[in-house]
Ligand binder design. Structure first.
Ligand SMILES: Cc1ncc(C[n+]2csc(CCOP(=O)(O)OP(=O)(O)O)c2C)c(N)n1
Ligand SMILES: [Mg+2]
Length: 570
């Protein structure tokens, strides 16, 4: 036991868990701890809005595969975190949300900057630690830090602001890492049997393959089975895209080849995926989910097993360990899918070829302003090998799903199922802080850019040379697409009036490049990603839009009242 202040115990515990970076905005509530971040080896990155601090922590955590930490002032600073933490929850990011709270002596009186901070985060965190006495600050902080990694999701550490002060005798806890296993013997035996008997096995490689560092095990298993591999929605970096067995990503604006191959499966190995419902909806009119196939699902979270799809075998296990175990069990075994291996591979080649040809045909438009798909193709061509790419929620960003290819894991950090506009840029900033040697590129729509551009200030101030590619189409396009398809072109709230975003970036002390022709895009991206300063590449696009997000959830409007009759669409 050592005598120290709770602030010292708190900061020492963060340091003991290897925390080097904290994103946030200063506040008196935790200034006593903040004051000793630097001597503890912790860099405090001062941002423009707390939501973005949470997104930066998310991006940082996804790249480092370690904690991403954010902190703010009690009350309004903390409520500003909510969207960022919800996004991290659905991205499975180990974000640590530190929430100093109003003082314990006056809580409940409605003093300054007071709100109940535990209920707000109760459904978007994996664990909430409330520091109920100053002398438990290290223990509870350490517990939260362990659980963020063990359960791969955000945790909250709620600290009454007066509990940073005082004197306590404390031992700083060391991290308690957990070992993950392949799953139970019975489910693994059933999974092996299913894969052995498969005539057309297909693997869905999910985020769990990345989180478990299981890419080489997944590759070995796919090769052993001769199984085509598709990536789950927005996990385009879960399997080397160059591999001959790789077909492409599923889901909205994904690969038709991946969908057509999955549709032929008789056994599906869903490896490290919860099979999120949005990511498995029919696309392009293709009902690709193989309803007759036997489904083997591997996920470390037993609550995800069989949640969204009917499955035949559920393995509660780690994707890497399970893949390695299945590989061992399948070695030197007769495989029903062995004889038609080359035909299957031929089918993969055929489907990939057809989709690439279709994509190329859609992506070759000339002219200024630039057609969105042409812009995405030019960006794809110019993307540096080791880039980290984040994508926002918007029509152009979503169409990018077909044009983003990766060979290494931890390269693609899309706004996942929470689907919030404003995710991509701060996440790219966090990624850049986590891996300064790699280019960090955010794809952002012009509407969403209005939520993020304030963080260019942070990039300048904190020297974070992230790149933003802003798709300037003068509209909240993804939502306008619904008005086009369902609401007789009545554009309520979807037209934008934009300034020059490149000029704004320059006024903020960053660089800005405006491009309005296809042949300028590659150079602009290369200049931006090799620059020492944050660069905003603004691309002037046509207003062309791809398929809407939610055909599954929209209906033509029906109106009963006479005054709204003209607003009915037959
Ligand atoms: C925080 C938040 N607000 C609103 C929405 C609804 N929404 C989804 S896509 C979209 C339009 C995005 O427009 P823009 O960023 O310009 O991209 P574009 O669709 O034009 O490519 C909106 C408003 C959302 N997903 N998140
Ligand atoms: Mg737009």
């Amino acid at each position: 036991m050592t005598r120290m202040t709770p602030s010292e115990a708190f900061v020492e515990t963060l340091a003991a868990h290897g925390i080097e970076t904290v994103f946030g905005i200063v506040g008196s509530a935790y200034m006593d701890a903040l004051d000793i971040f630097e001597p503890a080896g912790i860099r405090f990155i001062s941002v423009a809005h707390e939501q973005n601090a949470a997104h930066m922590a998310d991006g940082y955590s996804r790249v480092r595969d370690r904690h991403g930490v954010c902190i703010a002032q009690n009350g309004p600073g903390i409520t500003n975190f909510v969207t960022g933490i919800a996004a991290a929850y659905w991205a499975h990011s180990p974000v640590v949300c530190i929430t100093p709270e109003t003082g314990s002596a006056t809580i409940g009186l409605g003093g300054f900057q007071e709100t109940e901070q535990m209920p707000i985060f109760s459904r978007i965190t994996r664990f909430q630690a409330h520091i109920n006495r100053p002398d438990r600050i290290a223990e509870l902080t350490s517990r939260a830090l362990d659980l963020a990694l063990a359960e791969r999701g955000p945790v909250q550490i709620n600290i009454p602001r007066d509990y940073f002060y005082g004197e306590i005798d404390v031992e700083i806890p060391q991290p308690v890492p957990i070992e993950r296993s392949a799953g139970g013997p019975e489910s693994l035996a059933a999974a092996t049997a299913a894969l052995k008997s498969a005539k057309f096995p297909v693997i869905i490689a999910g985020g769990g393959v990345i989180f478990s560092h299981g890419q080489s095990e997944a590759v070995a298993l796919a090769e052993q089975l001769g199984a085509p591999v598709v990536a789950s929605y927005l996990h385009n970096d879960s399997f080397p895209n160059r591999h001959e067995l790789y077909c492409g990503p599923l889901g909205y604006q994904g690969s038709k080849a991946a969908m057509r191959i999955l549709a032929q499966a008789d056994v599906v190995l869903a490896l490290g995926t919860r099979l999120g419902p949005f990511g498995t909806l029919p696309q392009y009119g293709i009902e690709y989910w193989p309803k007759g196939a036997r489904i083997v699902q591997v996920d470390p979270d037993h609550r995800m097993i069989g949640l969204t799809k009917k499955i035949d075998v559920g393995v509660v296990g780690d994707a890497r360990a399970a893949a390695a175990e299945l590989l061992t069990r399948l070695q030197n075994q007769p495989l029903a899918g062995h004889d038609n291996r080359s035909a299957r591979l031929e089918e993969v080649r055929r489907q990939k070829g057809a989709w690439e040809e279709e994509l190329a045909g859609m992506s070759s438009a000339e002219g200024s302003p630039v057609a969105p798909r042409r812009a995405l193709r030019e960006l794809e061509r110019a993307m540096p090998e080791n880039a980290m790419v984040t994508t926002d929620i918007g029509n152009v960003c979503s169409v990018a799903n077909s044009y983003l290819r990766f060979d290494a894991p931890n390269s693609f950090f899309a706004a996942m199922s929470f689907g919030n506009c404003g995710y991509a840029f701060p996440t790219a900033m966090g990624a850049k802080v986590a891996a300064p040697e790699r280019p960090a590129v955010a794809y952002v729509g012009d509407g969403a850019w209005g939520m993020s551009l304030n963080e260019v200030l942070t990039c300048v101030r904190e020297r974070i040379p992230a790149t933003a590619v802003v798709f300037n189409n003068g509209q909240w396009g993804a939502e306008k697409k619904n008005q086009i398809d369902y609401y007789a072109d009545r554009y309520v709230g979807t037209n934008l009036v934009n300034p020059s975003f490149a000029e704004i970036a320059r006024a903020m002390g960053a660089d800005g490049i405006t491009v309005d022709a296809p042949d300028q895009i590659g150079d602009a991206l290369r200049t931006a990603t090799s620059s020492e300063v944050c660069t905003v590449v603004e691309i002037k696009l046509t207003q062309e839009l791809g398929e809407p997000f939610r055909r599954d959830a929209l209906k033509k409007p029906k109106r009963f009242l006479a005054k709204y009759k003209a607003y009915e669409v037959a």
